[in-house]
Design a protein around this ligand. Structure first.
Ligand SMILES: [Ca+2]
Length: 434
């Protein structure tokens, strides 16, 4: 039986009680703060904590804290890596995303900018077309097309599939339901409903990554609208959706989208702020090209592509201003006045090492133990791949882990948390410890 860190559990329980909402009243009674210390005194291991009848959510949190403690105890262990081509029979054209439905299925989904999504059985490599939006999207410019894909958090009980794409009118976030076509579960364009749309003043910097957060809300990355240097200072404006991370609540059914579209999470940072779009979660970004949620550290990490000099990695917090276009990375770019404090990047590199950052994922899979807990990211232009380790005190270790000749358009996770590297020229790769 695993021993458990009482201090950590106590801190968590106190925080959990403090953070309870009205709907959590049952839990609040069960772990009433007055009796907390007595309860903790008798708890000896995780199994006994389960006997306290904590909610599933609370148990998951206790489990996470145990993993977090083990992660920092283990520390960083980098090895040598090779990259091995996979799914070679797939003839991909400009792939820019790979994801899973996270249902325990054996499938990964690969997104092409032109609008095709393939579902690939990850062990056999057998593939089908899952979705074809090539008739809808405009992929005629280098940064336009089908840019994001996310499955409902409890897929396939909830069969919704979300996409983010550009067409001639700008950015569209849309939803449809998957259904069986010739015995293959396939997303059906016919029932595609657009739930959010905004104009793109220029063809470049469309962001486009969409993903559900650990809170169940849908996050949407948007670029600053394009051109160069954000000529209209969109990223700093709270009245527009450009240069932002947006966060919306899409409910838990297709009917919700059909009738309500989406709603604003009550704790979005700009709710009831005059002149601000309530969808905004964070701002001051240039072209966030891939963000992800660290499942154990519980942080949101976004890479933001630089203009002329600096590529950056940011920890995204609610209401955070990430500085663009006054700052490029931590350097002054343009002398404009901006309000309030700026969240500077946690890490940045200059253009001698790379010219277009591609954000990745924190690895928690089984196959490459030396990458456990490491945030893996790369550069589209130079093909370099790095691992960033975040210590408990926030200090960082950044290690070059591979030099490739790829155009790295994305990283991706399958349902087991195994990581893939996507070469925009058509290849999918996996890490192998060398
Ligand atoms: Ca910034």
């Amino acid at each position: 039986m695993k021993r458990f860190n009482f201090g950590m559990v106590m801190v968590f329980l106190v925080l959990f009680v403090a953070g309870c909402s009205v709907s959590d009243q049952k839990e609040r009674v069960l772990i009433d703060a007055n009796s907390l210390h007595q309860e903790v005194d008798v708890v000896e291991d995780i199994e006994e904590i389960e006997d306290l009848e904590l909610s599933e959510e609370a148990l998951r949190e206790v489990e996470r804290l145990e993993k977090l403690e083990a992660l920092y105890e283990q520390g960083l262990k980098i090895a040598n890596y090779d990259l091995e081509r996979t799914f070679e029979s797939l003839d991909l054209y400009r792939p820019l995303h790979l994801t899973s439905d996270f249902s325990g299925s054996n499938m990964v989904y690969i997104v092409e900018r032109g609008g095709l999504v393939y579902q690939v059985e990850k062990d056999s490599g057998v593939s089908d077309v899952f979705l074809d939006l090539s008739g809808l999207v405009d992929s005629s410019k280098s940064e336009t097309g089908l840019l994001g894909l996310a499955f409902a958090p409890n897929y396939p009980e909830d069969l919704r599939v979300f996409v983010n794409y550009t067409d001639s009118s700008g950015t569209k976030l849309a939803v449809m339901e998957a259904g069986l076509v010739n015995d293959v579960l396939t997303a059906k364009e016919e029932r595609l409903i657009t739930i959010l749309t905004f104009e793109q003043p220029f063809a470049n910097h469309n962001g486009g990554h969409i993903s559900f957060g650990l809170d169940g809300y849908l996050y949407i990355a948007s670029g600053d609208g394009g051109s160069g240097g954000d000529p209209n200072n969109y990223a700093q404006g709270l009245g527009n959706p450009l240069g932002k991370i947006l966060r919306i609540d899409v409910g838990d059914s297709y009917t919700f989208n059909e009738t309500q579209g989406y709603s604003i999470p009550k704790d979005n940072p700009f709710v009831d702020v005059e002149g601000a779009m309530e969808e905004i979660y964070a701002y001051g970004l240039r072209n966030p090209w891939k963000y992800s949620f660290d499942q154990i550290r519980h942080v949101m990490i976004a890479a933001d592509v630089g203009q002329d000099a600096v590529e950056e990695i940011n920890l995204i917090v609610a209401g955070g201003n990430y500085g663009w276009s006054r700052y490029e990375g931590s350097e002054l770019y343009k002398d404009i006045d901006i309000d309030g404090a700026v969240e500077m990047p946690i890490y940045e590199y200059r253009h001698n090492l790379g010219q277009s950052i591609t954000g990745g994922y924190t690895y928690y899979g089984d196959k490459i133990p030396s990458l456990y807990g490491v945030y893996v990211y790369g550069d589209f232009m130079t093909g370099r791949i790095w691992g960033l380790w975040i210590n408990e005190d926030g200090s960082l270790v950044n290690v070059l882990i591979a030099e490739t000749d790829m155009r790295i358009s994305s990283f991706g996770l399958d349902g087991d948390g195994e990581i893939y590297v996507i070469d925009y020229r058509g290849g999918i790769y996996r890490f192998v410890e060398g």
